[in-house]
Design a binder for this molecule. Sequence first.
Ligand code: AMP
Ligand code: GLC
Length: 454
Amino acid sequence: MSWDALYSSAFDKVRGNIGNVGGVLLAYNTNIDAIKYLDSRDLERRINSVGKDEVMRYSDEIPEKITSLEHLLGGILWSVRRGKAAELFVESCTVRFYMKRWGWDELRMGGQVGIMANLLGGVYGVPVIAHVPQLSRLQAELFKDGPIYVPKTEDGKLRLVHPKDFVGDEENCIHYIYEFPRGFRAFDFEAPRENRFIGSADDYNPNVYIRPEFTEHFEEIASNARLAIISGLQALTKKNYREPFEEMKRHLDVLERRNIPVHLEFAFTADETVRKALVDVLGSFHSIGLNEVELASIMEVVGEKPLAKKLLAHDPVDPLAVTEAMLKLAERTGVKRVHFHTYGYYLALTAYKGEFVRDALLFAALAAAAKAKLGDVRSIGDVVKAMNVPVNEKAKTVEAVLEEKYGMKNGIADVDGYQLSFVPTRIVKKPKSTVGIGDTISSSAFVGEFALRP
Ligand code: AMP
Ligand code: GLC
């Protein structure tokens, strides 16, 4: 069958069945994304007025956190020069105020939980329960209508309410997202691809603050879920990770007792101690989702440095290196599903077999193309319209390599007792923005798979 035909049949199947999935629990990070599309002249003017030499220093070596304007502007340049995403915590009030005055073009739902809640609940109609560390009025307004719930306690009793009915009036957790297109110029630098730099003016999500409603009523909250997705651990450091990890492990125990498969959305985690700690708990998860930089960063901490290098050496990413790394991760930790996404194709390694794994990836690729094109997926109609985005031509060489090495057919092969599923994705030439595409892919594929399971 052609990829177009496989895409179309996968979409129909997922759309027909996604209503049967049941509740999805999403924890822990939700915030407000204030998106600013960078303008070259404006950026250069700001850098000159703060002091170009000092800013340039940080474009060579990215700071650990933002405590000055030089850090902020240098961090943005660091991302632009490399076409790479980065996210830093903004500690200084002066910088927070500067970013606020610089302004934004758009306010959008942010954080993996927030983005997935709006997609799963607001677009697919799948009931979700979301952890929102702070529910300000603005944060609440960014939630779409639909079966999206947050826990609220009244007189010690738990209720599940739509975020707009929470009426919390808590703090705003704002992440300033500086987006730039491929070819964006600043001084002598030119961005090799589109991407973003994030400055998080947020004291809750970076520390994985867990709300008392979740700590006190987790059993009851979990009783409403059939699936769970955990995310938001990426900013933790060796200094502060222990407490949220203990609470997460308690949550994982409850979910395991209830036979609820849990997906870990693994965002880039700079701290090696935290990364290792995540690998150590991975066996308690059913599934993990990651991109090439994230997979390489895991290979680095499990003593596979040469493999980590290989993962970052080619464009498109070498699928044999990816498969080897996914196998190592699955065998070492016992995680049953590894979902890898990169620019142009996805792979999933699963300890179980069936076309539904590949079909869920196809559905996810359509959702990703819609997200890239529009910035926000408003309806399932937006997803099906992404059928017009062409299938990535470069993925043909990737497919040929997999056919040759593993005898792959229609995107499915047996590898060492696992199933390897492959799909070429649809690439939007001029994406509206880049933030949140990874979350769209991972949540659509994970939930899509459970919609299609026999
Ligand atoms: P992450 O790096 O986790 O945010 O995820 C980004 C993912 O989004 C990549 O791995 C690609 O699969 C996908 N992606 C990025 N840009 C585009 C685009 N222009 N069109 C379609 N998918 C994209
Ligand atoms: C991170 C950022 C958040 C953004 C999300 C997108 O969680 O903190 O601002 O919306 O990534 O994936």
